[in-house]
Design a protein around this ligand. Sequence first.
Ligand SMILES: NC(=O)c1ccc[n+]([C@@H]2O[C@H](COP(=O)([O-])OP(=O)(O)OC[C@H]3O[C@@H](n4cnc5c(N)ncnc54)[C@H](O)[C@@H]3O)[C@@H](O)[C@H]2O)c1
Length: 278
Amino acid sequence: MATTTCSQKIGVVGYGHLGQFLVERILEDGAAIGLTLAFVWNRNADKLKGSVPDELILRDLSSFATRQCDVIVEVCHPNIVKEFGTQFLSRAHVMVGSPSALSDCDLNQKLRQAAGKSGRTLYIPSGALWGGQDIQRLNDSGGLKGLFIRMSKHPSCFRLTGDVLSDWTEDEGRRVLFSGSVAELCPLAPNNVNTMAAAAVAAGTLGFTGVRGEIVSDTALRDFHVVEVEVTGPGDFSVKTVRRNPASLGAVTGRATYTSFWNSLLVCKGHGGRVYLC
Ligand SMILES: NC(=O)c1ccc[n+]([C@@H]2O[C@H](COP(=O)([O-])OP(=O)(O)OC[C@H]3O[C@@H](n4cnc5c(N)ncnc54)[C@H](O)[C@@H]3O)[C@@H](O)[C@H]2O)c1
């Protein structure tokens, strides 16, 4: 008798910290839970040699459609979302690891349209965001009035586009680097605001311009990042959470965020042609 398997093929785009983590987990644990690798792409393919089986290395990203794939995971750079996002969605569900790309209104709209047209889901992993599903539910019910997120890290953990932090010293303590809309913040700190970008997607009625964000450099935070979320709703409704995310000095991504990414990937089974926080 024929048996049916519901194995999912995953394409991984980017082989930095997150990409390597996900590829290793798929190779080690995937078979037992029905996940296999369709391909792995990195702009420098040499980095993949020896770690990724040759036949799974994709050399030219524009030929991704030659590999049968159920979910494409972008863990690379917002530019790749911009260049390939809609094409990916025409072929597979997509989990966007760099959701700060969606702060570009035009791209945001194009991705939503591509998802709607293909019936495939654009997944946004919650990353270090706590309570994202609750924010999404409050948003969808029309009750979300305000959302503020503050991310505090050791200065060595920030990767900023300007030279705002070029002069930090180990004994300076706390310094607010930027406070304003997430839309303004994304271009300044594209690698540090993915959590806020995920929140802005969950809070669609406020959007990137309506969600407020703050990044704080704090030399006391040598072992963890802190993510504070403040939500306001109807009447006097409010929620405040403080997440301490263990992280080494210089690490952009907290350790718990890796596991969070893996758990998000397990959710990507298809939720229709829309954007979905997972
Ligand atoms: N959603 C979240 O919570 C969350 C958490 C951590 C990281 N991220 C984002 O996920 C992505 C990957 O994170 P990471 O920690 O693995 O980063 P990383 O720096 O370790 O790896 C990034 C990889 O992408 C490649 N790359 C960088 N810029 C590129 C470009 N313009 N074109 C093609 N390739 C490029 C690099 O060579 C590297 O292989 C980044 O965009 C990061 O900001 C999101």
